[in-house]
Design a protein around this ligand. Structure first.
Ligand code: THU
Length: 131
């Protein structure tokens, strides 16, 4: 069931631009319409502008008009599960507390979480709706 999205994340990982860390990460987003968007991490010589694979993939989906996000798969290290960083967790929860986060080593070894479990008691759009 998760093979397709993981495979896309694995392929996106090959595109990682990581001259500083050498740590390749790939991500794939699946929308509720069944569309996929992929991303890799892109580093910067001044470090701070570095963007994670998860945010690259999400930015592609949102900027193409798809914000009904169903799930996101992440493949970093192939020996260990790579979880989204704090910034990415916040970026993901913006688009839904039920989004599934699949952390994978490969298409056979993966774990599935809900973003609300990875970022409990989150601050999100509902908190500023009526300001
Ligand atoms: N990174 C990601 O792309 N996603 C994660 O979930 C963890 C970290 C990237 C940022 C940086 O390019 C490299 O991994 C090392 O931190």
């Amino acid at each position: 069931m998760y093979k397709e999205i993981i495979q896309k994340a694995i392929e996106a990982r090959e595109k990682a631009y990581v001259p500083y860390s050498n740590f390749l990460v790939g991500a794939a987003v699946r929308t509720k319409e069944g569309k996929y968007f992929t991303g890799c991490n892109i580093e910067s010589a001044s470090f701070t502008p570095t963007i994670c694979a998860e945010r690259t993939a999400l930015a592609k989906a949102i900027s193409e008009g798809y914000k009904n996000i169903e799930s996101i798969a992440v493949v970093g290290s192939i020996e260990d599960y790579t979880f989204p960083c704090g910034v990415c967790r916040q970026f993901i929860v913006e688009f839904g507390k039920d989004i599934e986060v699949i952390v994978a080593k490969n298409t056979e070894e993966y774990q599935v979480y809900k973003i609300s479990d990875l970022l409990p008691h989150s601050f999100g759009p509902e908190d500023i709706e009526n300001v």
